[in-house]
Write a protein that binds this ligand. Structure first.
Ligand SMILES: C[S@@+](CC[C@H](N)C(=O)[O-])C[C@H]1O[C@@H](n2cnc3c(N)ncnc32)[C@H](O)[C@@H]1O
Length: 378
């Protein structure tokens, strides 16, 4: 096996969580904006894809260098041993981006990188004619930041947020990666009750259930690198076997998802069935105002509507006020809400114990955290 330079990409603000996940897999990390670098072999590539819940993708860094002219870009790209990764029949689309760099024309950079790789492969594989690109796909990215070029190969394919359980989605579904991050930040563990009172299509409860039973997020999907000749079937078999062994299907769960909209509950139930949690997550139609519980020490996590539609704002403000009042009666419960409403704390009636800025897609939000009081151990 070879040691590769790898990078797990993440949404802004979630880097430390992804770094913790990578470390938990046994690799040392180095973090930059949206990027968590680590080194590992083919097994590491498969394990990272299988287990990272919060990362967007896992990529191989094929090379990096400074370039301010097209010649430099061409020559240094050609100097990278692409034949180590790409077989002679590889299909290799090239995508690009450039920020604050002399080489700013992305289509030109893509074309040059493509040409340099073709030249390199023809030489290495002793081909005179054209390369037919009829084999496995290697998605290459040329990314230039302040004249530093990074060339990477995507090992995930479809983004890691696609776990394979989402059949349908509601109007404003949370990305699975962000939902998992919300659960991690809350430090919820499966011995505590869990409620999402705005569950929509069920993303947060389903991610919590997967975390609670230690189910690998990638177990029910495939990855682009599974088609690569040097990522042997045995590696993937071993990684799936490891995931099967580590899954704790016997862990009891006390997870509830509720929503005012009955259609959402049907949808959430179907997604939960697809994720393998048919009866293990309790979904029910209920408006926030009717929330009651006899449990102690629970965790409530959700993303209420942000009130961006005309006429909706006042109703949502009332609802957040209700939530603050209701949750005052359950002081041992911790409440975590992701909201873009600037006056969330005023409406809720209390300053959050902690808040963390996070992006829900392009929407800037805060994750308001109200920690419950610790109960004496029984
Ligand atoms: C932003 S969406 C949540 C999306 C969800 N996290 C997902 O991944 O699909 C907000 C949800 O709150 C629900 N909702 C709105 N008002 C409510 C209320 N008063 N009580 C309970 N749910 C409510 C909506 O029906 C909607 O599904």
């Amino acid at each position: 096996m070879t040691t590769h330079r790898l990078v797990a990409t993440s949404a802004m603000g979630l880097e430390s969580i992804v770094a913790d996940e990578v470390k938990k897999l046994g690799y040392q990390t180095q973090t930059e904006n949206g990027k968590i670098y680590f080194e590992g072999d083919e097994l590491a590539i498969a394990r990272a894809n299988m287990w990272l819940r919060v990362a967007d993708r896992v990529k191989i860094i094929a090379g990096d260098f400074r370039a301010t002219t097209f010649d430099q870009l061409f020559e240094q790209t050609k100097a990278i041993p692409w034949e180590k990764y790409l077989p002679v029949d590889a299909a290799f689309p090239v995508q690009g981006k450039s920020v604050k760099s002399k080489l700013f024309s992305v289509p030109d950079c893509q074309a040059i990188v493509k040409k340099a790789i073709v030249e390199r492969l023809k030489l290495a594989h002793k081909r005179i004619g054209f390369l037919d690109e009829s084999g496995a796909t290697f998605k290459i990215e040329v990314s230039i930041l302040k004249d530093v070029v990074k060339l990477s190969i995507d090992t995930s394919g479809v983004g890691l947020h696609k776990r394979g359980y989402r059949l349908e989605q509601g109007e404003a579904p949370l990305k699975e990666t962000l939902a998992a991050a919300l659960v991690y930040i809350s430090k919820w563990n499966p011995n505590r009750p869990f409620v999402d009172p705005f569950c929509g299509s069920g993303t947060i409860p389903i991610e919590a259930a997967m975390i609670g039973q230690n189910l690998a997020p990638g177990y029910n999907r495939s990855f682009i690198s599974e088609d690569w000749p040097w990522m042997s079937e045995k590696i993937w078999e071993d990684v799936r076997l490891e995931a099967e062994e580590l899954a704790n299907y016997d862990q009891p769960l006390d997870i509830t998802g509720s929503d005012i909209d009955g259609k959402m509950i049907d949808l959430a139930k179907n997604n939960a069935i697809e994720a393998g949690f048919a009866d293990l997550i309790n979904f029910k139609q209920r408006q926030l105002r009717d929330f009651t519980t006899s449990s102690k020490d629970g965790v409530m996590i959700g993303n209420p509507p942000y009130g961006e539609r005309i006429g909706e704002k006042e109703t949502i403000e009332d609802m957040i006020q209700d939530m603050g009042r209701i949750m005052d009666s359950y002081p041992s419960w911790s409440v975590y809400m992701l909201s873009s409403m600037a006056d969330f704390e005023t409406l809720y009636g209390r300053k959050a114990t902690k808040k963390r800025k996070l992006f829900n897609g392009f929407i800037e939000t805060n994750y308001y955290q109200y920690w419950g009081i610790k109960l004496p151990r029984e």
